[in-house]
Structure formats: structure tokens, C-alpha cells
Design a protein around this ligand. Sequence first.
Ligand SMILES: Nc1ncnc2c1ncn2[C@@H]1O[C@H](COP(=O)(O)OP(=O)(O)O)[C@@H](O)[C@H]1O
Ligand SMILES: [Mg+2]
Length: 260
Amino acid sequence: MAKLEAKNIGKWFVGSDGKENQSMVAIKGINLAIEEGQFVCFVGPSGCGKTTLLNILAGLDKPTEGEVILDGRPVYGTGPDRCMVFQETALFPWLKVIDNVEFGLRMKGVEKSKRHEQAMHYLDMMQLTKFADAYTYQLSGGMKQRVAIARALVMDPEVLLMDEPFAALDSQTRDLLLVELQLIWAKTKKTIVFITHNITESICLGDKVVVFSKRPGRVKKEISINYRRPRLPEDDSLRSFHRQVVDAMQGEITSEKRND
Ligand SMILES: Nc1ncnc2c1ncn2[C@@H]1O[C@H](COP(=O)(O)OP(=O)(O)O)[C@@H](O)[C@H]1O
Ligand SMILES: [Mg+2]
């Protein structure tokens, strides 16, 4: 049984006339099965509905049609089983790094010493132990992103949903995090759904790359990446996978502005 499934999901937004109409269709007929412990990447042209689908999988938004199935049961709304890491890290600037990571546990009522211990465990994993008492403005972009990942992991979600978490990083930091994230994933065995518009990122991280068509977004192709880990972005042997994703994207990006 799949861990997380999208069953015939469609979403259309309300137009200026105040009605949901077909001209605002963001995604349509999305069927996907994500296995337990699998690392799945979504790629597709900007505006094709990747974020819309991720928000629906997270329960932050409702589909117009179709269902999200978690462990065989339909889910409605958010839950501690699914945690989101956003593109722009939404850390609290008035809290120290450690308090940012502890925040969710505090909301859950976890007692002080226990949540401190758990938060430190993930900060340690992210090699941020020394920065526990720093404020987020004292950190680089890559460090902030690692805090955001620690904050999601500490909640021990079954599924981690990541929306272009590396998009704002410089390429050196991104390359480091690409390897780190694979090591963390191997340690924690989470099911991860990761959006990117960067093909190299997708083949470096994914067991499976799902390529979306332009709006209204549909699943155009699912590509399995069977290759040893940890993978380095510059590994030449990944080229044939890169080519497969580029081929699947062909025709989808011609009218889109791209930045990679
Ligand atoms: N809340 C909203 N209201 C109206 N249209 C939206 C809303 N959110 C997204 N859209 C539209 O839906 C489409 C898909 O958006 P999005 O999921 O953000 O794409 P992606 O993440 O692939 O770039 C876009 O055309 C976008 O303008
Ligand atoms: Mg998006």
C-alpha cells in the first residue's frame, strides 16, 4: 500500500466573478502513489500547479475534486503526519534558533527538557549545534534553510513536504545541502515530496521524478532514478537521467520564463 496517494485531484480557483470556473484550472486529473520512505521530486514549468498540489497534499488547501489518501485512508485538513518546508524559510526572527526548532513541540505541549533534547538532536544533525542560541538574522541562507528542515524533522512527521526549499540559495550552498539532505533522509527514512524547477536537483535527490505539464498541470511522466547514493550533482553518470527529464519537459517550458 502506498504511503500517500493523490486520487484524481483537480483544483480550480475562484475567478474575478467570484465563481470557481474552468478557466482557472490549476491542476487536473492528478493520480500519484508515493511509497513509504520514497523520495519523490516534482518538476514542471512555473505556474503548472506544483505548489497547489503540495498544499493539497499537506491539507493546507482543499481539492476541487479528488482525494488525498494517507495510509489507505482519505485525509482532510492538516495533520502532524505531514510537515511542510516552504521556499522562503518562515522562521521567527524574534526567537533564537533553538526556540524556532522547539516551537512546534511547545505547541504540542512537550515538556521543556524533552523538547530541548529533541531540538538539539536535529540541530546537531544539521551541524548547527554552535548556533542554537543565535538569532536567525545572524545565519546565512543555507543555515536558515537547515534550521527550517530541523524544525520540520523534530515534529517527526511521516511525510515531509518541501516546496523549492533550495531555490533562494547560492549554488555552492545548494550543492552541499543536496548531499546533506540525502544523508538525513537515509538516517530518518522519511517519505519526502520535494518540489524544484531545477532538473539537477530532482535527479540528485529523487527515487522518482514526476514531470508536470504546463497549466493545467497534469502528470506528464514519472521517471525512476535507480542510482547509488549519496549522489553528487556533478556526477556524469546522472546525465542520462537528466536527459530523460529534459525530454519529458520538452514543449512544456517554451513559453515560460526560466531561471536555471
Ligand atoms: N490562491 C490562488 N488564487 C488564484 N489562482 C491561483 C492561486 N494559487 C495559485 N493560483 C494559480 O494556479 C496556478 C498554479 O500555481 P502554483 O501552484 O503556484 O504553480 P507552481 O508552484 O507550479 O509554480 C497558477 O496559474 C497560479 O496563478
Ligand atoms: Mg510553486
